[in-house]
Ligand binder design. Structure first.
Ligand SMILES: C=C(O[C@@H]1C=C(C(=O)O)C=C[C@H]1O)C(=O)O
Ligand SMILES: [Mg+2]
Length: 470
């Protein structure tokens, strides 16, 4: 099949249709236009009216980029139970891009791009309650809203087949686009679930598992393992993604915001942890591991931060992550930069230890292969990786699904960003399941680790409550 890359610069749907006809095959048409300021979460809400079911949200902590995808132009899914899933997504994406025609400005975060993610453990994925979340699942949205400090863009993606009645489809598409933008200006009110029952899943058993795993680490069975637990909420009314997301976005300002809807389920969260970002040949990662609570008292809060910076147990949790990410970057990069000691990364409910890692990618390295090579880092898995994953599988007694997995976006140039999906939960009608974990090392104390996971549930819990709003 011939590629039609040379046809970039196409103008208008009519011409895309002529091309499809001329080549006797469908072409992927992508058109980006600048639009007036639109509130991204209102656009997400508007998307439910016409094209709910597979919406996606990804926002940077610093407000430099917000992506909201609505509707499905195409999807790439894999049930592969190995590392092959990263390459499979990449291959399928390239295959589609071979048939791409674009119109509009070339601005980062606009144009045809995939939004989605992977499950934590491909050998476990797909069991209840994660049936709607494949081992790899990406959507090329029908409509993509891009909000940046310098403006707002709408990208419309669609496959155009030869012999289609061009004018008619084009008119329909324009109408749908206009309705979506109009509906995003409507003011909406949400019914929050007033109350719910909380089931804390097997806390005593979890603490016992932490104790046993720390003992194994002291015996040198491995260096670190991250153990997670769940909180299950059951309400009398459905949980609503829209206000929960808005709350997270407002309150968790130092975190990435993400949401991936699959049918009546929506997996979302606010994570401080970038896995890897690619921009041209630059790669960026962050090591975030090591945690302490915050205090309302400024002096005390500063003291806690300083205590964390010098705490040997937390420094060990952190060092394992830095060692692994440094090694991964040495594989992928010509040059790397990494500070000698961690600094503090402070989010609303806790302080973390933080080390940024940057580098220049070697030719031939790709964002998805880097993601595949790094996941799971010792921030969410452990070290050595295979031993830690086996221990998690054996001892955690749950399917993590997409919790702690790589989620994000990738564009036609191979630029994009993936974050680690922690501080997250799966909302499905009247049920919400929240996840939180922590790094276990030799001198981990079960009660303090338990308390640490309790704090890590707070961002999602208060967002679900909509604390502070009606
Ligand atoms: C696993 C999670 O967080 C990870 C564990 C941390 C820790 O144990 O100190 C800190 C940040 C993340 O690396 C989570 O929030 O669920
Ligand atoms: Mg910890």
């Amino acid at each position: 099949m011939s590629t039609i890359k040379q046809l970039e610069g196409w103008a208008g749907w009519g011409q895309a249709m002529a091309l499809a006809h001329q080549h006797g095959q469908s072409v992927l048409a992508s058109r980006t236009l600048r639009v007036e300021q639109v509130d991204p979460l209102a656009f997400f809400a508007a998307g439910a009216d016409a094209r709910g079911g597979e919406r996606g949200v990804f926002a940077d902590p610093d407000g430099s980029l917000i992506l909201v995808g609505v509707g499905v132009c195409d999807r790439i899914e894999s049930q592969d139970r190995s590392r092959g899933r990263f390459a499979e997504v990449e291959r399928e994406w390239r295959r589609r891009l071979d048939r791409l025609v674009t119109e509009g400005p070339q601005i980062r975060g606009t144009g045809p791009l995939l939004m989605g993610g992977f499950s934590f453990d491909p050998e476990q994925s797909g069991t209840e309650p994660w049936n709607a979340y494949a081992s790899a699942s990406f959507v090329l949205p029908a409509f993509l809203l891009t909000v940046r400090p310098d403006g707002c863009w709408l990208t419309v993606n669609r496959w155009v087949s030869p012999g289609e009645n061009g004018e008619e489809t084009a008119r329909e598409w324009e109408r749908e686009q206009a309705e979506l933008l109009k509906s995003a200006r409507r003011v909406r009110h949400w019914e929050w679930p007033a109350e719910w029952e909380t089931e804390e899943v097997a806390p005593l058993h979890w603490k016992e598992t932490v104790r046993r795993s720390a003992a194994d680490i002291r015996q040198n069975a491995l260096r670190k393992v991250v153990l997670a637990r769940q909180l299950r909420l059951k309400a009398s009314r459905p949980f609503v993604p829209e206000p929960t997301l808005a709350h997270l976005h407002r309150e968790q300002s130092n975190s990435y915001l993400f949401a991936f809807e699959r049918g009546s389920a929506c997996f979302m969260g606010a994570s401080p942890e970038r896995l890897v970002k690619r921009e041209g040949d630059r790669l960026y990662s962050t090591c975030i591991a090591g945690t302490i609570r915050r205090s309302g008292d400024q002096e005390e809060d500063r003291r806690l931060g300083a205590q964390l910076l010098h705490d040997p147990k937390n420094r060990e949790e952190h060092a394992v992550v830095v060692d692994m990410i440094r090694a991964a970057f040495q594989q992928e990069c010509r040059t790397i930069e990494i500070p000698e000691a961690p600094s503090l990364y402070t989010v609303r409910n806790m302080h973390h230890l933080y080390t940024p890692v940057t580098g220049h990618a070697r030719p031939g390295s790709s964002l998805l292969s880097v993601v595949g090579g790094m996941h799971p880092t010792p921030a969410v898995g452990g070290f050595p990786q295979a031993d830690a994953v086996a221990m998690i599988r054996e001892r955690e007694g749950m399917d993590r699904g997409w919790y702690a997995s790589p989620v994000g976006w990738i564009d036609q140039r191979g630029d994009g960003e993936f974050v680690v999906a922690i501080r997250s939960g799966l909302l499905r009608e009247e049920t919400a399941i929240l996840f939180s974990g922590c790094g276990i090392v030799g001198d981990s104390d079960p009660d303090s680790e338990y308390e640490e996971t309790r704090i890590k549930f707070q961002p999602m819990l208060s967002a679900l409550k909509g604390a502070g709003e009606g």
